[in-house]
Design a protein around this ligand. Structure first.
Ligand SMILES: Nc1ncnc2c1ncn2[C@@H]1O[C@H](COP(=O)(O)OP(=O)(O)OP(=O)(O)O)[C@@H](O)[C@H]1O
Ligand SMILES: [Mg+2]
Length: 552
């Protein structure tokens, strides 16, 4: 409004604004709600979630990032929490549920301070200091390990599987995860580096988790194109093509007038000889296996079969790259360029039956750093979840190989950090001290949630943990399998330090970002076409407005 009382329009008509306490309260509520959703899935005694998408597809999972990816979140603050689970997943692969639970707890603690009139910027500053202090403390607490010591890697993989559906087979699967990552680890300077792209993960339902296996080579979920081709080639020389072995159709419509049947024959003969020419170029190069990213014409298939060449078509681009890396072959676009030196080498290329499908296995490749993890499970959903859990396990092994430092699990490090932070807070002055104390409270949410999910009493657990950490038992945590507190080091529950660090960093960042917001200005949504009834959407119609009006 101007002084004369005429309104001045700055924002587009229909834009809604949500200011000060109201905006804060809505954001806090939304963030807490997201944390509440995943909370019950934390730890080995956590529950799984069944998610049904708008098309009716069902996903059953325990993975925090997957749960949040599948639900269609609309509220902007809630989206920020969902994002931290994604970041954690990309960076370290595990700890996505913990990151969200911690962010929720940090926001809940801050809410109490805001109610007591502590300004959000003071809280954010206090949180930042507390996070830095926690990271330093964590570094001192952590156990430094030898990155190539398989024993540690297996233990780490074991812990990450403990909270998943595959836990009953974790003895065998943890070995596979450690071996897979060790096989592709490369020494770089002082340390090691792992490229996860070197590990191809394929899944196939139909048999038990126990049948999950590691294959030294690449598996293509494609069959040999022609029945007359050999099904096994020893001493394979592989041509990798990304152009079709077909006569390409012209882009314009052409009309050919034919007056004589012999002309048609000539026409077809010409096509025939062009395809034969293509195959001849391949044969001349010395290749006995063709892996083509595009299609292969029936006639070309016939000529290849006649020359005892094994061919596979429509292979994914990512698989082509993996094959190229593994076999040392070059992906060729123009057949005229194909020569002997472009061919990849492998000991065996063979078509094998995997359940009702036929797959092509490329084994004994020139570069041993190419392997496939074939994940098996009784049903599609079990296999899907097993694949996600194996991803977590591979990632935690990678974390430790790249950053060889581990901590104990079961909420022990969080309890210790909380204890030490509280001690340190006493040396601070003013309201910042309050924020650091609240941060310490929030850290306890991890062991307490683990305990709660295991049916233990949270108050008793808190009291016991505080007492033990006061006596210097730094690895005292929640032994969820036995339903009591205990020293988790003796239980051999270890986690990568990198995961704990990432949880602290991403949870603190997200909480701080949300707490700093005091104004939400939202444009009106474009009118969406009517969706299916009841289809997802936490915000309901109107997005963030749907969260509005929440009282304390
Ligand atoms: N045997 C065990 N006893 C006690 N706690 C355990 C045990 N095994 C794992 N944990 C704890 O469970 C927690 C991990 O649970 P979970 O795997 O469900 O969540 P996350 O790793 O945070 O997220 P996600 O795996 O969904 O990405 C960690 O704090 C870990 O220390
Ligand atoms: Mg986990």
């Amino acid at each position: 409004m101007t002084q004369s009382g005429t309104p001045v329009l700055i924002l587009k008509e229909g834009t809604s604004e949500n200011k000060g306490r109201d905006a804060q309260r809505n954001n806090i509520f939304a963030a807490k709600l997201i944390a509440e959703i995943v909370k019950s899935s934390l730890g080995p005694r956590g529950m799984d979630k069944m998610l049904v998408d708008t098309l009716g597809d069902v996903t059953i999972t325990n993975d925090g990032a997957t749960i949040l990816k599948e639900i269609d979140v609309q509220h902007p603050a809630a989206k920020m929490i969902v994002e931290i689970s994604k970041t954690t997943d990309n960076e370290v692969g595990d700890g996505t549920t913990s990151a969200v639970v911690l962010a929720g707890a940090l926001i809940e603690s801050a809410e109490e301070l805001i109610r007591d009139n502590v300004h959000p910027t003071i809280i954010v500053d206090g949180y930042r200091k507390a996070a830095n202090k926690s990271l330093q403390t964590l570094d001192k607490l952590a156990i430094k390990v030898d990155p190539t010591d398989r024993k540690w890697l297996v233990k780490i993989a074991h812990t990450s599987m403990a909270s998943k559906l595959i836990s009953k087979e974790s003895d065998q699967l943890a070995d596979l995860a450690a071996d897979a990552v060790l096989a592709v680890a490369e020494k770089v300077g002082e340390g090691y580096r792992v490229d996860m792209d070197d590990i191809k993960v394929e899944k196939k339902p139909g048999s038990g988790l126990k049948q999950t296996q590691l294959i030294k080579g690449i598996v293509l979920d494609k069959e040999v194109v022609h029945a007359g081709m050999p099904k096994r080639i020893d001493g394979a020389k592989i041509a990798l093509l990304n152009s079709p072995l077909e006569i390409e159709k012209t882009e314009f419509d052409a009309k050919i007038n034919i007056s004589d049947p012999s002309q048609i024959k000539k026409f077809l003969d010409e096509e025939n000889s062009m395809l034969k020419g293509m195959v001849d170029k391949i044969i001349q190069s010395g290749a006995n296996v063709v892996v083509c990213q595009k299609g292969i014409d029936d006639i070309a298939q016939h000529y290849l079969a006649k020359n005892n060449v094994l061919a596979v078509r429509r292979v994914k681009e990512s698989d082509m790259t993996k094959l190229s890396k593994a076999t040392g072959g070059r992906i060729v676009t123009n057949l005229d360029d194909l020569s002997e030196k472009d061919l990849g080498k492998a000991q065996v290329v063979e078509e094998r039956k995997v359940e009702e499908d036929k797959w092509v296995f490329v084994e004994g490749a020139r570069n041993p750093k190419a392997i496939t993890l074939l994940v098996r499970g009784a049903t599609q959903r079990v296999t899907d979840e097993a694949e996600r859990s194996m991803h977590d396990a591979l990632m935690v092994v990678k974390d430790v190989i790249e950053h060889p430092s581990v901590v104990v699990g079961g909420g022990a490090p969080e309890a210790e950090l909380s204890y030490q932070l509280r001690d340190w807070a006493n040396s601070l002055s003013g309201r910042e001290q309050l924020a650091v104390q609240k941060y310490a409270d929030a850290l306890e949410s991890i062991p307490l949630t683990l305990a709660e999910n295991a049916g233990m009493d949270p108050i008793d657990t808190q009291v016991e943990l505080r007492a033990k950490h006061g006596q210097g038992k730094k690895w005292w945590g929640v032994n969820v399998l036995e339903g009591k507190t205990g020293d988790l080091e003796t239980e051999q529950v270890f986690e990568p330090n990198a995961v704990k660090e990432q949880i602290i960093k991403s949870a603190t960042e997200a909480a701080s970002m949300i707490l700093r917001i005091d104004d939400v200005i939202a444009s009106t949504k474009m009118k969406a076409p009517p969706g299916p009834p009841g289809g997802g959407g936490m915000g309901g119609p109107g997005g963030m407005g749907g969260m509005g009006g929440m009282e304390d």
